[in-house]
Design a protein around this ligand. Structure first.
Ligand SMILES: C[S@@+](CC[C@H](N)C(=O)[O-])C[C@H]1O[C@@H](n2cnc3c(N)ncnc32)[C@H](O)[C@@H]1O
Length: 335
């Protein structure tokens, strides 16, 4: 390794949090929204946004150095990365960036050592309670969470293209968040009725997202707790990014409820990042560590999912690839 390059790499690693703070700040200040309207020099941007030009120039330089904006002569313009971070972009990446940079998440990460030393969940060490109870008590954090998680769930739109829902009549989405997945699934299955089971903080967002389907009776919202039970008699139970929030014991409880509630030809569809046995890609690795910080759960391997499913009387029929390292496990009752 060339002299100094290891030290340089340490500096790159340790300044990572400054980058995420700078990106979130650019969103908060409206800088990326302004740049989406047209490139501009620092003085114009500062005047438009009522900011200090000298300080803004230094922030812009940092953002340029990490590829969020670029210089175009004397002006700045957003790169493709900067463009997806404008508010209102269909990717929702601004909401996701603000969630990842939130005090709620960063405070939990400061307690990583507690998790590694004692096994306590870092989120609980930081906030005094588990994440879902915290969200019930803090509506602002809950709104941030539901919007940010929905933004990370764009893969949902692909699920109806890889799995055929046309034979299903009753589809239950457990922990369905803002309802984006259920909306996509019901669009592909006009004969089906949907039920979204959620905790109160997410229900308001789901009501908004599923409004037209609720109005026409195509679906209903149910305030419920999948650890206590699930609606009976569905052909399909959807569990998208739910099981990774829970310990094996709790995940088994949810799966057992599904097994007991479903007909013999019913299916449980699990959308998760499924870790390969060796060398998981960086995004899945990071999100597994994030699950350790936030919850009692984990990203699991195919074998781990199969063991979990079998312990609940279910087994995997097949596994399908989804974007962003996500996979869809299609499971049914053990035969
Ligand atoms: C990571 S989010 C996934 C949301 C959605 N399925 C998706 O993939 O975008 C997990 C969801 O589970 C919900 N949840 C947590 N505990 C629950 C419980 N006991 N019963 C029902 N929903 C729960 C949370 O409110 C949250 O919306």
């Amino acid at each position: 390794m060339a002299e100094g390059s290891a030290e340089r790499e340490v500096l790159r690693l340790m300044t990572g949090p400054w980058v995420s703070r700078a990106v979130a700040t650019a969103i908060e200040l409206g800088l990326l929204d302004r740049l989406a309207e047209g490139s501009a020099d620092t003085d114009t941007l500062a005047a438009d946004l009522e900011l200090r030009p000298d300080r803004l120039e230094r922030l812009l330089r940092l953002l340029a150095s990490v590829g969020v904006v670029e210089r175009d002569g004397g002006a700045y313009r957003p790169t493709d990365v900067g463009d997806v971070l404008r508010r209102g972009h269909p990717s929702g990446m601004a909401e996701l960036a603000l969630l990842y940079d939130s005090d709620m998440f960063t405070a939990a990460w400061t307690r990583l050592a507690d998790t590694v030393r004692t096994g306590v969940t870092a989120f609980e060490a930081a906030h005094g309670t588990d994440v879902f109870t915290h969200l019930t008590r803090n509506p602002e954090d809950a709104a941030l969470y539901t919007a940010g998680i929905a933004a990370g769930g764009r893969f949902c739109a692909v699920i109806p293209h890889v799995h055929d829902f046309t034979g299903a009549h009753r589809i239950v989405d457990l922990g369905g968040g803002d309802g984006s997945l259920l909306a996509a699934v019901l669009e592909s299955a006009p004969q089906a009725h949907g039920i979204l089971v959620e905790r109160p903080p997410a229900l308001a967002a789901a009501e908004l997202r599923l409004g037209p389907l609720l109005a026409t009776g195509r679906c209903e919202l149910v305030e419920g707790d999948f650890l206590r039970g699930v609606p009976h008699g569905a052909d399909v139970y959807l569990l998208s990014r739910v099981l990774h929030n829970w310990s094996d014991q709790d995940a088994r409880t949810v799966l057992r409820h599904c097994r007991e509630a479903m007909p013999p030809d019913g299916r449980v569809l699990i959308a998760e990042r499924v870790l390969p046995d060796e060398d998981p890609p960086w995004l899945s690795t990071f999100l597994d560590a994030h699950m350790m910080v936030m919850t009692t759960g984990a990203e699991r391997t195919e074998d781990e999912y199969e063991k979990l499913l079998r312990s609940a009387g279910l087994s995997t029929r097949h596994i399908l690839d989804l974007p962003l390292e996500m996979r869809l496990l299609v499971a049914g009752p053990c035969t």
